[in-house]
Ligand binder design. Sequence first.
Ligand SMILES: [Zn+2]
Length: 239
Amino acid sequence: MVTEMNNPTTGCIRPVQYWDGAPVPFITAWSRERIPPQPLTTIHGRGGTGLGFQNEISHVDRHYGVLWPRMPAARGGRPNFMAVHALRQRQAMGRLLCQVCGGPTCGSRRSDERTLFLAAAPAGRQIADGEQTASPPVHAVCARLAVEYCPPLGRGWAAALVEYAPVWGVAGPIYHPQTLDQLPADRTGVHHVPFTDERRIRWVLAARLIVTLKGVTPVTDLDALADEEIASARARVPR
Ligand SMILES: [Zn+2]
C-alpha cells in the first residue's frame, strides 16, 4: 500500500512516500525497477577503447563521462529497502537532492548553506574531512525520520554539515576489455573507481556516484538542526 505523508514543512522538503507505514527513501529501488540485461559492447571513442552500449546515446547513457545502466525508473511494485536505484542515487548525489524525500537540500536552512550528510556508524565514530561517500545528502527533518525507521541507522549513526562535496568517482562492476566478463570485486561486490583512474574508468558500468566530503563539521543534535529547518521553511511560506 503506497501512501504519501507530508513532512511538517514545505518548500525544499517534499512529501515522503510510505509503504505499509514505513517511509521509503527516494533512492530506494522498487521491484518493478529490475535492471534488464545491458547491451554491452566495446567502443572506440575519443581517447581510446572502452565499454559502451550498442546504439549508445551518449547524453542519455553517459554521465560524468561514464556509462550508466539502462533501467526503468518508475517506482512501482514493492520497495526493496536493501537496494539503491542507481539513477536516482546519481541524480540525488549530483544535484544534492535529499536521499529520503528527493527535494533540494541546498538552502533548506536560511542561515546555513552547508549540506547535511548522514551515515550508519558505530557509536563514537564521526564523519571525517576528506571521506568519500556514496550516500547522498539529507534534510535534517528527513534524517530524523531515517534514524527512526532505518534499522542500520537505529544501531548507530554519524552526521555532518559539509561545505562542499566534489565528485570523486563511481562504484560499479568492471568488465574485462576482451571478454566483457565482470571482473571479481571485493566483498562489497563492486569496484570503487576514481575519475582520475583513466584506465579502469573506461570499463566500469556505474552504479553509484561517489563524492568527497570537504569542510566537515560533525553534528550530534539532529533535532536542533531539524527545528531550524522547519523554522526556515515556515518563514518562507507567503502570508
Ligand atoms: Zn528530505
